[in-house]
Design a protein around this ligand. Structure first.
Ligand code: FAD
Length: 538
């Protein structure tokens, strides 16, 4: 199999154009080309009137060796690498100990799935409910019902990314192609095939819910066990070796091999880990607001006359600005054609995030516009001080919103000119249960407000209309990533507690669904090999 890269074709090319381009590039006759698979498809939209699709193609041809020799100097004609996944271990039938996975977000899901596929019969513990029950609680909260602190956007089967845009791309280095394993498992569970090849795949909320259920069934079929409403409240540690844990109902489980994949919002669990002496460090994260514009404006700006083309879909953006006060402002978790969602997991706090459906057909585009903060400057002195800062900002947002889980919001124009908003413009807020117009400058530290006021007009120079007066800001965005890192060593185990495998976003080793899934695979492999070692020790 050969891999051709950088095959460029016009956006609306006909169906034969790919084959024609291959034959032309390699000077082949049609009968010499046996198969073509699209491995990746991206696009270059720098010239809006002439958007190009860029393909990476895997092909089978006559006499590959001769072609490789002929094109030896061409960086875009190479042998296709083997990206298939190979298991690193297989559990012996005699193995008696069962590994435990704490948390059933993407990280725990993939750690659990891989362990099950290798025969280790994991026990997976999730504090929240199974995904259908959780959907009722979460959507109920968005419709004005009470917040369930154990079943919400952050907690429950599928983890934080379940009610999301389901973006599946990441910038992590992936030399072992674990990302392909994540994608192929998602496709097996019902994700559209295109996620295997489009450059910025996404799934959307409703598809994710069904996929998570299928993956759960698969784990159980392979001998795994999944327990919901099972919060881990205590670790058993004997001489720096983990030996088991206690659940919220008092039940005790024993294992010397435990994946800790609790996500970035498990603040009580972080406190428990700290109190029990697990080594944790404060780490940087970001704070800011969600910004909403009409999606049509973003499409027009990115794609010009090609706006609305189904291959391009709803346009996204990625923006960064380095401010005069030394801060960096950037867009994060951009959700084209989506909605801003209430993402609180604690009573009396307001937090924003974003989600969309697969179609991305909602009227507004939203993204977090956030300012980077770090422990040295902004929350020094204690490893958990970042959590305290998050809580303060979320409680302040709750107050500014009217103490009923409505989010404080302001028109962009009013925010930039420093006056409270009293009336909405053309951009209608998508956040439910509702918003309260106010002065958002009160919602964040002064340096962050100054930075945002500088960055938004700067972004307008890249996306015309970004600083549009009636665009909307909703606050606050505080959970861009974990405020702590649960340090692990090269063996993937906690640096001071053997047998504990901190993983995923909460531990500081992932940011997003794909990277959390990849980290789950890595940790499952390390844990499986360690269990085999322990099992064969004399
Ligand atoms: P989580 O998904 O947070 O899962 C952790 C799980 O552990 C939770 O289910 C929790 O209930 C459980 N848990 C916590 N404490 C305990 C305990 N003590 N005992 C038992 N269980 C426990 N990322 C993307 O890549 N693309 C997107 O489009 C995207 N959109 C998002 C939209 C929203 C609304 C949100 C909230 C997040 C979004 N993200 C997105 C981020 C993404 O969801 C996270 O990066 C990812 O879910 C992290 O995976 P994880 O498994 O490490 O942690």
């Amino acid at each position: 199999m050969l891999r051709l890269t950088e095959i460029k074709l016009p956006l609306n090319h006909d169906e034969n154009a790919i084959n024609t381009a291959i034959l032309h590039k390699l000077t082949l006759q049609p009968e010499q080309l046996h198969s073509v698979t699209v491995f990746k498809r991206g696009f270059d939209a720098r010239k809006k009137s002439d958007i190009q699709l860029i393909y990476t193609l895997d092909i089978e041809v006559d006499n590959e060796a001769a072609l490789l020799k002929k094109f030896a100097k061409d960086q875009h004609v190479k042998p296709a690498p083997d990206t298939s996944y190979k298991f690193v271990a297989k559990a012996p039938a005699t193995l008696t100990e069962r590994p435990i996975v704490i948390g059933l977000g993407p990280c725990g899901l993939f750690a659990g799935l891989l362990l099950a596929q290798m025969g280790f019969k994991p026990i997976i513990l999730e504090r929240g409910k199974e995904v259908r029950e959780r959907t009722k609680d979460t959507f109920g909260f968005w419709r004005g019902k009470a917040l369930n602190p154990e079943s919400n956007v952050q907690y429950g089967e599928g983890g934080a990314g379940t009610f999301s845009d389901g973006k599946l791309y990441s910038q992590v280095k992936d030399p072992k192609h674990y990302g392909r394993k994540v994608m192929s498992e998602f496709v097996a569970a019902g994700a559209p095939d295109e996620i295997m090849y489009v450059s910025k795949p996404h799934i959307g909320t409703f598809k994710l819910v069904a996929m998570v259920e299928k993956m759960r069934a698969n784990i159980i079929e392979l001998g795994g066990e999944i327990r919901f409403s099972s919060r881990v409240d205590k670790l058993h540690i004997d001489n720096e070796q983990l030996t088991g844990l206690t659940l919220s109902n008092g039940e005790q489980l024993y294992s010397k091999h435990v994946v800790l994949a609790v996500g970035h919002s498990a603040r009580d669990t972080f406190q428990m880990l700290f109190d029990q002496g697990v080594y944790v460090e404060a780490k940087p994260f970001s704070v800011g607001f969600r910004i909403e514009h009409e999606q049509s404006m973003i499409d027009e700006c990115r794609f010009g006359p090609n706006a609305g083309n189904p291959i391009l879909g709803a346009a996204d953006y990625k923006l960064v600005h380095h401010c005069n006060n030394g801060r960096t402002v950037y867009s994060f978790c951009m959700c084209p054609g989506g909605t801003v969602v209430a993402a609180a997991s604690e009573q009396g706090r307001v937090v924003t995030n974003g989600m969309s459906q697969y179609s991305r057909h909602e009227r507004n585009a939203n993204s977090a516009i956030v300012v980077g903060i770090d422990p040295e400057r902004d929350y020094p002195g204690h490893p958990l001080a970042g959590i305290e800062l998050q809580r303060q900002l979320e409680a302040l947002a709750f107050k500014l919103g009217g103490e009923n889980y409505h989010a404080p919001a302001q028109l962009i124009g009013d925010f930039l000119s420093g006056k409270p908003s009293t009336e909405l413009g053309e951009v209608k807020p998508s956040y439910t249960p509702g918003i309260t117009l106010t002065d958002l400058a009160q919602a964040l530290p002064e340096f962050a407000v100054t930075a945002l006021r500088e960055a938004i007009p700067a972004f307008d120079r890249q996306i015309k209309g970004f600083a549009k007066a009636d665009g909307l800001l909703t606050g606050v965005e505080t959970r861009t990533s974990s405020p702590i890192c649960i340090k692990r060593g090269a063996d993937y185990q906690s640096v001071n507690i053997k047998g504990l495998y901190p993983a995923g976003e909460g531990a500081g080793y992932a940011g997003g669904i794909l990277s959390a899934g990849i980290d789950g695979i890595k940790v499952a492999e390390a844990l499986a090999l360690a269990m085999l070692d322990a099992d064969s020790a004399p």
